[in-house]
Unconditional design. Structure first.
Length: 246
């Protein structure tokens, strides 16, 4: 099977992987805020070199569409579309929150009835979702006008909530795990019940875990329109919110 190229730029980290699966891959990540555009091509070059491969050998492109950093997402999504368009390759969108869950708990090892995931969205808000993971066929998900591939069932779809609301959901959770990007970010996190705190795992992003998702999506015929770039922003950017204000 030919290699797949996967990109995620939803956080301060740019992460790229090339390979056929999470067991057969090369990956490269650079954690450097506001430097996605400077680092993305070097990451791509590195993983291809590690695979003794080239872009002409890639069979499909996958990209995380958010939610996450607005500028970072635009860099990753634009690059993915450019590669897919230039090489006439299928393009697969996936949720960056879902990738964070897969990267953190390596879902191939077992099934989970309840997975809560949250990451800082600034303005005292969190990007949040609740999933159930049971190994099944890849499905097509539509949120905020964006269609993407998923291997999880959404109990609560990607959305914005406050840290206080998130803590309430964690404390009400009866089973499963919670994936959180920064346990020290908000004072509200100190209200997580002691019986639940052990189930809170620090979030990771590793695009090698997106390779299987993208491969499954291609087999299931779930792909994006390479001529119509979209992102799962969830909310308006600071620039849009401040537009027209004195």
């Amino acid at each position: 099977m030919a290699d797949i190229l996967v990109i995620d730029s939803s956080t301060n980290q740019i992460s790229v992987a090339a390979g056929t699966s999470a067991m057969d891959f090369s990956s490269k990540s650079i954690d450097q805020p506001s430097s996605h555009s400077e680092n993305i091509l070097s990451c791509v070059d590195q993983v291809l070199a590690d695979r003794s491969s080239s872009m002409s050998s890639i069979s499909a492109i996958g990209v995380g569409i958010g939610p996450g950093l607005f500028t970072g997402l635009r860099v990753g999504i634009s690059a993915a579309h450019a590669f897919a368009h230039a090489l006439n390759l299928p393009l697969v969108y996936f949720s960056s929150l879902e990738l964070s869950v897969i990267s953190t708990i390596q879902t191939g090892l077992k099934s989970y009835n309840e997975i809560l995931v949250a990451k800082d969205a600034r303005r005292s808000e969190l990007y949040y979702a609740k999933y159930e993971f049971i190994r099944c066929a890849t499905s097509r998900v539509l949120i905020d006008g964006v269609t993407f591939a998923s291997n999880m069932r959404r109990i609560e779809k990607e959305q914005l909530i406050s840290p206080k609301e998130f803590v309430q959901r964690v404390n009400q959770s009866q089973d499963g795990v919670t994936v959180l990007d920064d346990m020290e970010k908000y004072m509200d996190y100190k209200s997580i019940d002691a019986k639940r705190i052990e189930s809170v795992l620090p979030a990771k992003i590793d695009t090698k875990y997106g390779l299987d998702l993208v491969s499954d999506a291609i087999i299931s015929g779930v792909s994006a329109d390479i001529f119509s770039p979209k992102a799962l922003y969830i909310r308006k950017s600071d620039a849009e919110l401040s537009w027209g204000k004195p």
